[in-house]
Ligand binder design. Structure first.
Ligand code: SER
Length: 903
């Protein structure tokens, strides 16, 4: 039998092997953990089975998965080392109170040595200090010599690492790791950290004996059942199986690296890289390959680039990849163009890469474009700094400035350094490190697994004070009697922010035990209103935000306020009702979009306030007026149906099974709130809604426009806001009608007519410029041919409109400067071909005694046509004499001689 070596074959061989051992094969959980609020991202196969380990979960005994994982603490190492990734896959087999060490160790051994065919003599393993049971299994059942079995403490051999002393709380246990010797034949090291010899021993698997639940204070409670959690890093296993130097040189990354190298116009050299420069290029390419995978999978699972938490991590990873692209000289946004290469190797196992393809591309493009702007601004900032340095005679860029560039502008230190060096400057590295450290300690997360991306929040400060979370009453109530639990000064940090009292004029944050004030979330803005004491307003609530589950009322104090005081909290009901109408209209619009535009449309954000609603969505192109009208009608129909709006709690699984729309990118707990509007819309939502869709009132879409490539925004209004917009539109039309001197209904026709006239005039001007060889009025005047007092122009293809335009100009000029224009002018149009139509007009100065109307009549008659008009202006049509221009000239001369004097 041929050995599995490709990533796809190894994954399949592993899952198939454990299926044959009665394991249920389950799909990978989302990268956004479905039921673990302590985690930003799924970082291990076991994450989705926490409850099963604790004996409280679903009814499964044996499960096997290949789990998508994201770990950010290793971010800095990616690309530099052969094994680190942000995104990776973990093959896993799990026992929930079923088999234990004696079964799983031999099974994995069989998988490595028999199925993958690896050399049994190259393995070394580790066990927890006092885990004699595991030691005996390796020693006796497997037959490993004693010197290949190492014993380590809780840092190496407990999972999560150091859990007993450092946490996190939850299921944990001692573990046993299995390593493959990449430099066989060398003497084995003494009992020291094998991971200190990373090039030599490659960890390919970890057996966790999950038998405790950790509680606060490091208390380990033995679980009623003993569990198994085994994890194998798929990319590492594949690298060994393919004899690759590093994980990036396996079949999995080949298409990605080849596309990246095409884009950069430079080869990926791998083992052939012979100097530091070439190695640096390879590192950048590896990093891009890793980060592109991470970003695409995150977006596919709904973790979209953003400003905080999970979104910030995705943004950070994406920016690092783009930065590397810039350094490789890739001028245009490129990241999204790597998606097809990732799909080549991964979409069979992970169809979401195809299903969410347009969203991934759109968001990745939009984010990359935005970052490129930021980056270019960063360069400008750096140049300014250099200028300042030069002016002050300093040679070193201060560390905190370098850090600000890195942190705020995403501008990498090494790039900044190269540019600075070119200009003879250095960077204060110690200062940079200190600023970085200061930020990290501000941002350190509670759990080791959560990475370094949480900021120290007001929420954790309040929790430390033992404050109960705020109870929110406002889905049903507009006011409440509430107690002030904390007063915070937002300008301070840590415990300095906590005040006992506040005074009139101060802007502070207030925490109440219960509140009707909705805190901004799920797109709905925070409530505004008042806090009253004995009927007197003591604080105006300007906004309400949420930190963890504490509602922070941002207030301006109108009088003194003390912690412990009891108050009446009253929201601004009119604003809230309008907000509710917009929120419910947003749900109807979302449902309507899925009906009319397609199921693929994902909500990419929303903002709902008393003034209107914004609905951002992913779709490659603009919607036609017709589609927008259809959407508007559909929403309006459901408002007019006056359907009841009901909110109910359900389990997430149940809600999903019944087809409730879950927002893309939103994270939900186990118990979710489902908001239903008749049969038409059912969506997971924690916000505030009308009781009946009839309360939405009228609904109008105001605009649909592109926000970025593939992301669009609809703005709409409902209720009073819709009526106000309609009224404003009507007023606008009326004003336009007044200006255009027509009834409002005729405004479009009138505008069209005016546009037509403008166009004609413009054309006439152009035409005149062409035909008259750039004939301006002064040109024409200088070209007029004289016949006595009357001066005339020969036909040169001008239309009557042009002639008329000329005549108008002449009239104006005559009014300004009578001497500049001859007293009687005859302008001839038409082509001038013998026998063709000869349009003509007279422009005369009646003050000089000329009468254009009479001239036109007589001239028309003379040449077989007619004419007439006013004393200053008259026109007519005649026919061109058979002998052409000569004939015309003669005719004009005789016409003039017949006019003895002005009539
Ligand atoms: N949970 C363990 C790990 O992540 C084994 O699956 O290493």
């Amino acid at each position: 039998m041929s050995r599995p070596t490709t990533v796809a074959d190894i994954r399949e061989a592993f899952l198939g092997f454990f299926e044959a051992k009665e394991h249920l094969r389950l799909p990978s959980d989302s990268l956004v953990p479905s039921n673990d609020p302590t985690l930003l991202f799924t970082g291990a196969g076991m994450n989705q089975f926490k409850e099963e380990f604790l004996g409280r979960g679903r009814d499964w005994n044996r499960v096997t998965t290949s789990q998508k994982c994201l770990r950010v603490p290793d971010l800095e190492n990616v690309g530099l080392t052969p094994r680190h990734h942000t995104f990776f896959e973990m093959l896993g087999n799990f026992s929930f109170g079923d088999y234990f060490k004696a079964e799983t160790i031999p099974w994995e051994w069989h998988f490595f040595t028999e199925i993958l065919g690896w050399d049994a003599d190259r393995f070394v393993v580790t066990v927890f200090t006092d885990d004699d049971e595991a030691f005996q299994i390796w020693r006796e059942k497997i037959g490993l010599p004693e010197e290949r079995i190492y014993r380590f403490g809780e840092k190496e051999n407990f999972w999560p690492s150091s859990a007993p002393s450092k946490g996190p709380n939850g299921p944990c246990g001692p573990c046993s790791e299995i390593y493959y010797d990449m430099e066989p034949g060398k003497p084995l090291p003494a009992n020291e950290g094998l991971e200190d010899l990373p090039g030599r021993f490659l960890e390919v698997g970890n057996f966790v004996f999950t038998q405790y639940e950790r509680h606060d204070g490091g208390v380990l409670e033995a679980l009623p059942q003993r569990n198994i959690d085994v994890g194998l890093g798929l990319e590492r296993v594949a690298a060994v199986a393919q004899g690759a130097r590093n994980n990036f040189e396996t079949d999995l990354f080949a298409p990605l690296l080849s596309t990246i190298s095409d884009l950069a116009g430079k080869p990926y050299l791998g083992a052939k890289a012979s100097n530091e420069e070439e190695e640096k290029i390879d590192i950048r390419m590896r990093r891009i390959a890793d980060h592109a995978r991470a970003v695409f999978f995150c977006i596919a699972d709904g973790a979209m680039p953003g400003r905080e938490g999970r979104g910030y991590v995705v943004r950070k990873i994406l920016r690092r990849a783009v930065r590397d692209g810039l350094d490789l000289g890739i001028q245009k946004p490129f990241l999204a163009s790597l998606l097809p290469s990732l799909r080549e190797t991964m979409s069979a196992a992970y169809p979401e890469l195809t299903q969410q393809g347009s969203t991934i591309e759109a968001l990745s493009n939009a984010e990359e474009e935005r970052f490129r702007d930021v980056y270019h601004r960063g360069i400008t900032r750096l140049e300014e700094e250099m200028h300042t340095l030069k002016a002050s005679g300093a040679r070193t860029l201060p560390g905190d400035t370098a850090f600000e560039l890195h942190d705020t502008y995403g501008f990498p230190l090494d790039t900044a350094e190269v540019i600075l060096e070119e200009h003879g400057f250095a960077v204060d590295h110690d200062g940079f490190d200190a600023a970085m450290e200061a930020q990290k300690s501000r941002a350190r997360a509670g759990s080791e697994l959560s990475g370094d991306v949480f900021a120290q929040s007001l929420g954790s400060l309040l929790r430390e004070q033992g404050l109960e979370e705020t109870s929110f009453l406002g889905a049903e109530q507009d006011h409440s009697t509430s107690k002030v639990l904390a007063i915070l000064d937002p300008a301070q940090s840590g415990s300095d922010a906590l005040l006992q009292e506040g005074h009139a004029g101060q802007e502070l944050l207030i925490v109440l035990d219960q509140t009707p004030f909705y805190a901004e979330g799920g797109g709905q803005v925070g409530d505004v209103g008042q806090l009253l004491h004995d009927g007197q307003v003591v604080a105006t609530v300007l906004d309400t935000q949420k930190e963890e589950d504490y509602h922070l009322h941002r207030v301006r104090l109108e009088g003194p306020l003390k912690t412990g005081q009891t108050l009446q909290a009253q929201i601004d009901v009119a604003k809230r009702r309008a907000t509710e109408a917009h929120h419910s209209a947003t749900h109807l619009l979302h449902a309507a979009m899925k009906h009319v535009v397609g199921e693929h449309v994902n909500q990419a954000g929303s903002k709902v306030s008393s003034e209107g609603l914004r609905f951002d969505y992913t779709h490659p192109e603009g919607l036609s007026q017709e589609t927008l009208a259809q959407l508007e009608d559909l929403v309006l129909n459901h408002a007019l149906l006056a359907e009841d709006v009901a909110a109910s709690l359900s389990s997430l699984d149940e809600a999903r099974a019944s087809g409730v729309t879950a927002l893309f990118g939103e994270k939900y707990g186990d118990v979710v709130r489902v908001v239903r509007m008749g049969e038409f819309s059912a969506e997971l939502c924690g916000g505030c809604h009308v009781r009946n869709t009839g309360q939405i009132g009228p609904f109008r879409i105001l605009s649909d426009r592109a926000l970025a490539a593939g992301v669009r925004r609809i703005e709409a209004v409902a209720g009073h806001a819709a009526a106000a917009h309609a009224r404003a539109d009507q007023e606008l039309l009326q004003t336009a009608g007044q200006e255009l001197k027509c009834p409002p209904q005729q405004v479009p026709d009138r505008v069209l007519a005016l546009k037509g006239q403008i166009k004609k005039l413009k054309d006439a001007q152009k035409q005149m410029a062409k035909s008259g060889g750039g004939a301006s009025l002064s040109d024409l005047l200088s070209k007029l041919t004289q016949s006595g007092q009357l001066q005339w122009s020969a036909p040169q293809g001008q239309s009557t409109d042009i002639l008329r335009g000329m005549s108008d100009e002449m009239k104006q000029l005559r009014q300004k400067d009578g001497a500049a224009v001859p007293p009687a002018v005859l302008l001839c149009g038409g082509t001038g071909e013998p026998g063709t139509e000869l349009p003509f007009l007279f422009q005369c100065d009646p003050k000089a005694g000329w009468k254009a109307g009479d001239l036109a009549r007589a001239f028309g008659k003379l040449l077989g046509g007619g004419g007439g008009g006013r004393p200053d202006f008259a026109q007519g049509k005649a026919s061109m004499p058979q002998d052409g221009l000569q004939g015309l000239e003669k005719a004009i001369e005789s016409f003039v001689s017949e006019l003895a004097s002005p009539a």
